[in-house]
Design a protein around this ligand. Structure first.
Ligand code: P53
Length: 474
């Protein structure tokens, strides 16, 4: 057993187009669902507006203006020694409305330039096809992923991207955190995942399962399309992994937490095994959910299983059994007395990362890729532009230690580690800038005001050292 990570381990960072690019109409870009979400905060959810309203602030319109700053930003990432950089392709730059026949060349060109800039420094682009930013037109005209037609629109988008970039991008993911919608009561989640805007009287849970099914089929089609274009492509799924612990050793709590994990992670079962788990088929029967799942769909799922499992890891949950075994994320979670939370209430649990990696390895036997992990925190810049984020360093140190135990002591097959928001960007859940994740500070406030200058934080120098020592010097 080796005592260090492999030499080809992919250290780097991760972002998503709508959270940093800004330039939301440049080069013919269309309006995405992110572009109609206003600024919120931890106590006030982001508003979803039907049209773009003049007196409201939409953080994605500005992002951190990466669209115009990417060369300078990538240079800083190269300084940290990045081997890989994860971003997403904004669907609306390529297909502004989502249902066009032909792609938008200006959008394609932007990502060619971006990927070339990364490759210039030997940084591998790692790409998510759909990261909470589908064309808004697909929502208003088709009802988002409640409509089977979306499968073809997505497949066309995927085809264009694989065809254009397969020589530059080896690692791909289909849908970011496809399983967030397991919490279908959170309207932000279902909009971001599936473009669903519920109406009064809708069976939210059933609609979520139907939309997720179409996405899973679209993902499996994309896997096949990508492999046909270039068999060397590695196409993965992407899950938000929050371990769900039982609230006690009471047998009902144990069984309930197992069902809770199954409910959040069946998406992974379908992606990896190419079929629905029995418990869920039984659940659909029991609920009388006659979903539109055809024989042909099941064949596509079977033939389009993923090459690896990418996941985000931020926090763990704890579930308590009350009087039902069907997990309801919006009501069945309790706090964990052993775990502290960050300023936004997210449970900080490094050991949970090792647990997650072992859980997935035992269940799915596929390589894993950590494509998000990090601490959202308030940072302060001193008068001489220093940011002393020792709390962030501590968070990463603790998590990387557990990650290394999983790889070295437990034999988990891990492709790389790409912490979230390696440069400060807009928060997906709140739209804030002040919930910062980066190694690089961006001088910009929640309303898009500031110099937009970039400054390395203390964690920047620390991470550089971690990468240089391949994870030995923490
Ligand atoms: P923010 C919920 C729970 C865990 C991860 O999140 C989540 C979400 C949805 O917001 O999202 C992922 O910015 C997501 C990123 C996001 C990041 O986690 O809300 O893939 O787009 O920015 C961090 O603090």
């Amino acid at each position: 057993m080796t005592k260090t990570l492999n030499d080809n381990f992919l250290w780097g960072g991760a972002v998503a187009a709508h959270q940093l690019e800004g330039a939301y109409q440049a080069g013919g870009k269309g309006i995405s669902i992110a572009d109609i979400m206003t600024l919120g905060d931890r106590d006030h959810p982001r508003e979803i507006t039907k049209t773009i309203e003049k007196d409201k602030y939409y953080p994605s319109h500005v992002g951190i203006d990466f669209y115009h700053h990417y060369k300078e930003d990538i240079k800083m990432m190269a300084k940290m020694g990045f081997k890989a950089f994860r971003t997403s392709i904004a669907w609306t730059r390529i297909f502004p409305n989502g249902d066009e026949d032909a792609p938008n060349e200006a959008g394609l060109k932007f990502y060619d330039d971006l990927f070339d800039e990364l490759l210039k420094y030997g940084i591998q682009p790692v790409v998510t096809l759909s990261h909470f930013e589908m064309p808004y037109h697909l929502v208003t005209e088709y009802g988002g992923w409640s409509n089977r037609k979306l499968i073809d629109f997505f497949a066309r988008f995927a085809h264009v991207c694989f065809e254009r970039y397969h020589n530059k991008v080896k690692y791909w993911m289909t849908f970011n955190e496809i399983n967030n919608q397991a919490n279908y009561e959170d309207i932000g989640n279902v909009l971001k995942n599936s473009g669903l805007l519920f109406k009064k009287g809708d069976d939210k849970e059933k609609m979520m399962y139907q939309a997720a099914h179409y996405e899973l089929v679209a993902s499996a089609e994309a896997v096949q399309i990508g492999h046909a274009i270039d068999p060397s492509l590695q196409i993965g799924c992407m899950l938000a992994f929050c371990p769900i612990y039982p609230a006690s050793s009471k047998p009902e709590d144990i069984l309930f937490s197992q069902r809770a994990m199954d409910s959040r992670l069946y998406f992974g079962d379908v992606h990896v095994n190419g079929e629905y788990p029995n418990w869920l088929k039984a659940y659909f029967d029991r609920k009388n959910y006659h979903l539109d799942i055809t024989k042909k769909d099941l064949q596509i799922l079977k033939n389009g299983t993923v090459d690896y499992i990418a996941f985000s890891y931020y926090m763990s949950f704890t579930a308590k059994y009350t009087d039902h075994m069907d997990y309801r994320e919006y009501q069945d979670l309790v706090s964990n007395p052993y775990i502290k939370t960050n300023d936004w209430g997210w449970a900080i649990d490094p050991v949970g990362l090792r647990y997650a990696m072992n859980w997935m390895t035992t269940r799915w036997h596929k390589p894993l890729f950590i494509v998000e992990n990090g601490l959202g925190a308030y940072d302060k810049m001193t008068a001489d532009h220093q940011i002393h984020d020792d709390y962030r360093v501590q968070y990463f140190r603790d998590h990387i230690k557990q990650m290394e135990k999983a790889v070295i002591d437990d034999g988990v097959d891990l492709i790389g580690y790409l912490p979230w928001g390696c440069i400060d960007l807009v928060s997906a859940s709140t739209g804030e800038m002040k919930k910062r994740y980066g190694f690089i500070y961006v001088d910009e406030d929640d309303h898009g005001k500031g110099s937009f200058k970039r400054y390395p934080k203390d964690s920047f120098y620390w991470y550089k050292k971690v990468i240089a020592s391949n994870g030995a010097d923490l």
